[in-house]
Design a protein around this ligand. Structure first.
Ligand SMILES: Nc1ncnc2c1ncn2[C@@H]1O[C@H](COP(=O)(O)OP(=O)(O)OP(=O)(O)O)[C@@H](O)[C@H]1O
Length: 392
């Protein structure tokens, strides 16, 4: 797929700017804080309906404006499609596909696929388990947009359950000669929420596990190619319902659901005291190891970079396999963070197979051939110009 145009209105520091992408590779060059990442963020929004830098639409709308909008025309094998997201300060959004309103996010997601790779991703290995869950969830949504709906339902039940646990804890009175809160827990709506949590959680786990299983061999192959094959990468989906092997999570959902419920029962008193849900995929981990050593604790900077690069390249290929069209790659300020060998691996892997939008503060990292075949746009204070119109 190919993003032909992107039109940003009152979006971040863009008043009203349309960009035509005239080559498979576009390099956006400019000083810091000029709007390069903002442009990539606008493109990503049309794919994921999310920003990896902000959770509030208010941040995305230009200061002083009421509405912000990102619109793009994406060429796909079947036909070109126009996608548009309108943001409001109230948080209400309007999504349209070819001018028709979409009632559900689900009808919008999955039309345009991207892989984002920014310098923030370089913390994926060392960062919190939450950042790895986010990364995996983002990938699964690209592969199966329905997963976004599942996650939302799971989160809703999780929030209700946590609120109820806190309420039970607050209302429980040992003064009334009761020492065990179990009765109060089972008399409440908790068992209903437990069942919902287990059903939805099993589905979430199954999809996560499936994605890791498919991604692993591709990431390993890239890891070997970048690192010369000296180190062996393993990726393990470490479910919080740890009684189960990943293959059981994929193939025996009913057994897993029952195990999930058993574990909830086992942890009931701990959950009561903590006032929060301790069982479920919101506590999953994705464990990376290099030569059987946990990467989170022991990987060097260089090893982490190789690993993240291998994961991103694997994501591109996996999405292409599943969706049937190459996704668009958004490289935000990441080349400068990679050494020449890793830069070359990345640039060679991209060639012209994936449309790529790259931000950079200087063009020094690119070889002459790349510069010759790329569209180069200058970005300055929310304005975009062809190279030569101004020199950033
Ligand atoms: N809602 C907003 N309204 C107006 N301006 C905004 C808004 N959000 C961000 N900006 C401005 O956008 C600029 C940052 O742009 P961006 O993050 O795209 O930088 P960049 O060009 O990618 O720079 P760097 O190389 O440092 O990453 C800042 O000047 C910031 O003040």
């Amino acid at each position: 797929m190919y993003l032909k145009t992107l039109h940003l209105r009152e979006f971040r520091n863009y008043r009203d700017r349309q960009v035509e992408f005239g080559a498979p590779k576009t390099i956006l060059v400019g000083d810091n804080a000029q709007g390069k990442s903002n442009l990539l963020e606008g493109a990503a929004l049309l794919s994921t309906l999310k920003s990896h830098r902000s959770t509030s639409d208010r941040d995305l709308i230009r200061e002083g404006a009421e509405l912000g909008q990102a619109t793009g025309i994406v060429d796909r094998q079947i036909a070109p499609v126009e996608l548009s997201v309108t943001l409001r300060r109230t948080g209400r959004r309007t999504l349209t596909v070819d001018g028709q309103g979409c009632r559900r996010q689900l009808d919008f997601l999955g039309i345009f696929n991207v892989v984002e790779f920014s310098s923030l991703d370089l913390d994926l290995v060392r960062g919190s388990p939450e950042s790895r869950r986010h990364w995996l969830d983002g990938l699964v949504v690209q592969l199966e947009p329905f997963y976004a709906h599942l996650l939302k339902q799971y989160d809703r039940v999780l929030r209700q359950r946590n609120a109820l646990l806190r309420k039970i804890r607050e209302s429980f009175s040992p003064m009334a000669n009761r020492t065990d809160p179990s009765q109060q827990m089972s008399d409440s709506a908790l068992p209903v929420l437990d069942a919902q949590l287990a059903t939805l959680g099993t589905k979430v786990m199954r999809r996560r596990s499936r994605a890791i299983e498919r991604l692993t061999p591709i990431a390993r192959a890239w890891h070997d190619a970048i690192g010369g094959g000296a180190e062996q990468l393993s990726i393990r989906y470490a479910s919080n319902i740890s009684l189960f092997h990943p293959s059981a999570i994929r193939e025996e959902p009913e057994v897993v659901r029952q195990g999930f419920l058993d574990l909830i029962r086992e942890k009931a008193i701990a959950e009561y005291h903590r006032g929060t849900t301790l069982v479920g995929p919101h506590r999953d981990e994705i464990a990376f190891s290099i030569n059987e050593t946990p990467a989170r604790q022991y990987a060097s900077q260089g090893q982490q970079r190789t690993l993240v690069l291998a994961l991103k390249l694997a994501q591109l290929k996996l999405i292409e396999e599943v969706v049937g069209e190459p996704p668009v790659l958004l490289l935000d300020d990441v080349l400068a963070e990679l050494d020449p060998n890793r830069q070359n691996q990345l640039l060679e892997a991209i060639e012209d197979r994936f449309q790529t939008l790259i931000t950079t503060t200087h063009l020094g990292a690119f070889d002459a051939q790349w510069l010759k075949t790329s569209q180069i746009l200058g970005v300055r204070a929310g304005e975009i110009c062809s190279q030569g119109d101004f020199s950033p």
